[in-house]
Design a protein around this ligand. Structure first.
Ligand SMILES: [Zn+2]
Length: 445
């Protein structure tokens, strides 16, 4: 399905329906989806029975609160218990056609499986979301996200479904990416906010005039809070002379679960695919609109691996107010931060235990470490890792830092500034060590 470019909506009836119609749609989908989970997922059958709940008890959307919460740890444990995909899966393996996988603290990525129908649903949603951000069949869209098991990779197919000319660039060196943008005069690109900034600055340094030599009008970003921080977004927009749209994705559900429309005031949730709760992390009670809480997601259609009340660890706020764009879906007002100690640096998840594993394996280090996260002047996150050299180590600090950075890059997949400290510099904690110093704005205390 492609549309004429002057159409405002991809699916007007769905996107502009009343809040009551959204709720009725979600309730019908939820009832059916939980029946599927209970009937076909060994994990949910056991979990619902143990909690004394049954899908037939869902009479209103609020009834979801009777059901147990799960988190990333649950997914990982079930995958380890029943390899390779875990017993949350609710379809035979022959029906699975695609998996994404996300990094985690154990170094074992958790897989997120899709049936062919799940994948088509996802791409139809991506097309709708891209359309709401102004992408049209006339656009030349350059997809500059990682394709290796990453949930963001296939989102390009949604842009193709919309009718845009799609360039599957992936993550290539910035010089080459700039050449692609220039050669094909791409009008839209998707990358992370920090990379959009870096790429723009690199272009300027190389004498490329972003506004004259390139033709980028829209930049889609995800993976970091920066896209929802107006100052960061505006700086990137000014640098490129383009409009920046923030998207929110989750490896365990879709590459986009929410995204900005052209009004750019919050991210419209994919409410026909996901039931969203925003809960007080202490009490698990819903917070009021505008208040901050943890985003908890329940899939409504994804049959390969239904997620019921999945705690994302992301702190968000939301609004149900009508958007000036005419769409009636609820909007999340950005991701404010993380609940637990998992850090997202430049779109990649990192846990302190990842660093610990590296620091403790190499005997030139004491095994003590600390992660310091700062928000730079450009509002983008910077990770500094402090590690202590062992007193017995004959190596130079610069060599140790280089080696540590190499391990970090190959094992976790991220870059950081490594600071080598003399032995016994970092504080030794008798209880739970404070391994993270987050110097960014504290949003939840
Ligand atoms: Zn809107």
């Amino acid at each position: 399905m492609t549309h004429t470019s002057d159409r405002k909506y991809w699916d007007e009836k769905l996107e502009t329906q009343s809040r009551a119609d959204w709720d009725a749609l979600k309730l019908a989908l939820l009832q059916k989806h939980l029946q599927h989970a209970y009937a076909n997922s060994p994990y949910y059958r056991q979990s619902f029975d143990a909690a004394g709940v049954h899908p037939a008890q869902i009479k209103t959307l609020a009834d979801i609160r009777r059901f147990p919460l799960i988190n990333k740890k649950t997914l990982r444990e079930r995958q380890i218990a029943v390899p390779p995909f875990g017993d949350i899966v609710a379809v035979p393996e022959r029906d699975i056609v695609y998996i994404s996988a996300s990094s985690g603290s154990t170094g074992v990525p958790t897989a997120s499986p899709f049936t062919a129908r799940d994948f088509d649903d996802w791409m139809d949603y991506e097309a709708r979301q891209f359309w709401s951000s102004g992408l049209r069949p006339e656009d030349r869209y350059c997809h500059s996200l990682n394709f290796t098991l990453f949930i963001g990779g296939p989102c390009v197919i949604g842009a193709q479904k919309l009718g845009a000319l799609c360039i599957h660039a992936g993550t290539v060196p910035s010089e080459r990416l700039l050449n692609i943008l220039r050669q094909f005069q791409a009008t839209a690109i998707w990358t992370t906010p920090s990379y959009a900034w870096y790429l723009g600055e690199t272009a300027s340094k190389e004498g490329i005039d972003l506004k004259k030599d390139l033709n980028v009008k829209r930049i889609f970003v995800a993976g970091e809070p920066g896209g929802s921080i107006p100052e960061t977004r505006q700086r990137i927009e000014t640098l490129w002379g383009a409009s920046v749209y923030d998207y929110y994705g989750l490896s365990d559900i879709f590459g986009s679960c929410a995204g900005m429309c052209e009004e750019k005031h919050g991210l419209h949730w994919a409410e026909d695919h996901i039931l969203v709760e925003v809960l007080d992390p202490e009490t698990s009670e819903p917070v009021r609109e505008g208040e901050r809480g943890e985003m908890v997601l329940t899939t409504l259609k994804k049959s390969a691996r239904p997620l019921v009340r999945f705690r994302t660890g992301d702190i968000v706020s939301f609004t149900s107010e009508p958007c000036a764009c005419g769409r009636t879906s609820q909007r999340m007002l950005g991701t404010h931060g993380r609940l637990d100690d998992m850090l997202i640096i430049k779109g990649v998840n990192i846990f302190p235990s990842d660093v610990e594993a590296i620091a403790r394996k190499d005997h030139d280090f004491t095994g003590e470490y600390r992660l310091v996260v700062e928000r730079g002047d450009n509002h983008l996150d910077e990770l500094i890792i402090e590690v202590e050299r062992a007193s017995s180590s004959p190596e130079h600090d610069a060599d140790l830092a280089h080696r540590f950075a190499g391990h970090l890059k190959s094992i976790v997949g991220i870059s950081a500034t490594i600071v080598i400290l003399p032995p016994d510099t970092l504080p030794r904690a008798t209880h739970k060590a404070k391994r993270i110093e987050d110097k960014r704005q504290h949003v939840w205390s």
